[in-house]
Ligand binder design. Sequence first.
Ligand SMILES: [Zn+2]
Length: 181
Amino acid sequence: MKAVFLDRDGTINVEEPNYLTDIRKLKIFDEAFKAIQLFNCHGFKTIVVTNQSCVGRGVLQEKELIKINTQLQKTLAKKNAHLDSIYYCPHTPDDQCLCRKPKIGLLQRAVQEHHVNLEKSFFIGDREFDIYAGKAAGCKTVLVLTGAGKQMLERFSLKPDFIATHLLEAAQWVIQQSASL
Ligand SMILES: [Zn+2]
């Protein structure tokens, strides 16, 4: 299976200044609906991979995080945009876990659970650790300029395969590229 891995905050939904801890503040970008529909109808497993150290820091309870993720999934589903899984890392950097991006533990989980072929897959996000995780796993990478994306442009070491204004433009590029993989 080919997959698209999507960061959550700043990529699918508006990023909150600290962490998204209030479910009422979940605001999905307009472009995200159509983008995810496109991934679905082109045969991509569509999997969210998100760092949520707010759980490890005690700012948000894990069950509240799961509620927010479920709401995200349901709101998208109402417009026929389907997420196959939402994987999150609840740890802080001090925990030295294997799942916090740029580590690739959550992508390896997708290999196990969804039989994903990483070399035919893409990682889309607005932060450097999204691009690094995607590259480390052998995926093609897209930086979106929503969320923190514009700030990331100044980091010259970061070389995503493509830079997109928003998730829909990223989706159009991914589909075009995928045809030639
Ligand atoms: Zn972790």
